[in-house]
Every structure is written in C-alpha cells, then in structure tokens.
Design a protein around this ligand. Structure first.
Ligand code: HEC
Length: 116
C-alpha cells in the first residue's frame, strides 16, 4: 500500500517536473538562444571592467547584470561593427562571433541586476 502511494507521488512529481521543464523551454525559445555557461566562460575577460557579477566598480563602466538580452546583443554587435564607437569596447568586441555575443548576452541577462 505505502509502496504504491510512494510510486504515485513520485510519478506526480515527475509529471510536474516535466511540465516545468516544458514551460521553461518554451520561455527560452522566445528570447535569443544563448548558452549561459558558454557566456560565463567568455566573460572572464570582461570581468576586469564590468565586474565578476556584472556590476562594475568604475563610474564610467556600465553594469551589465540583469540587462535585457536583446539590448546587450545589439550593443555588442554595434561595438563589433563600429556602429557604436568606444575605443575600448570596439577593440574587445571585434573578436566576438555572433554566437559569442548571444552567449554573453544570455549570461549577463541571467545575473541579478543588483549584484550579489
Ligand atoms: C577595459 C574595460 C572593458 C572591458 C575589458 C570590457 N568592457 Fe564593455 N564597456 C566598457 C566601457 C568603458 C563601456 C562604455 C562604453 C561607452 O561609453 O559607450 C562598455 C560598454 C559595454 C556594453 C554596453 C552597455 C550599455 O549599457 O549600453 C556592453 C554590452 C559591454 N560593454 C560588454 C562587454 C563584454 C561582453 C566584454 C567582454 C567580452 C566587455 N564589455 C569588456 C569597458 C570594458
């Protein structure tokens, strides 16, 4: 009896997890398909200015944590293509591929805006 109850409970939990996963994947397809973990790896060189948690320590360096994904991707693309001009960011972004940009945008978007 109790074994049956446990099995039913477990399968209910599995169902809930499955629908949560489906929900999460349908949300992520509505934004850019960036890979947060890959973005985190590429962000090592950005941390010296934008901070390890995406919160900068200098007044002239913007925070990136929690910023909108599409906005971040647009700015990085604009720096890379020289449309937005900043000597520092132009020289850094020139090496970024479209995939790097999507991954970095997903990563910085995933960080809490207030830091921490
Ligand atoms: C040497 C310091 C430095 C490094 C390293 C650096 N940045 Fe920046 N970044 C800046 C500065 C300064 C600005 C502001 C430029 C301006 O005033 O237009 C900026 C702006 C940005 C912006 C635009 C933010 C906004 O709100 O419009 C993004 C996005 C960005 N950087 C991403 C990155 C990424 C991703 C990396 C690593 C690949 C990186 N940066 C590395 C200094 C740096």
């Amino acid at each position: 009896m109790s074994a049956n109850k446990t099995a039913t409970g477990a399968s209910r939990t599995m169902k809930m997890l499955t629908s949560a996963a489906l929900l999460a994947s349908s949300f992520s397809t509505s934004t850019l398909a960036g890979d947060i973990e890959a973005g985190k790896a590429s962000a090592a060189i950005c941390a010296s200015c934008h901070g390890a948690a995406g919160i900068s320590t200098m007044d002239m360096w913007p925070n990136l944590a929690g910023q909108k994904t599409a906005y971040l991707a647009k700015q990085m693309t604009a720096f890379r293509d020289g449309v937005r001009k900043d000597s520092v960011m132009n020289s850094i972004a020139i090496d970024l591929s479209d995939a790097d940009i999507d991954n970095l945008a997903a990563y910085y978007n995933s960080l809490p805006a207030g830091g921490g």
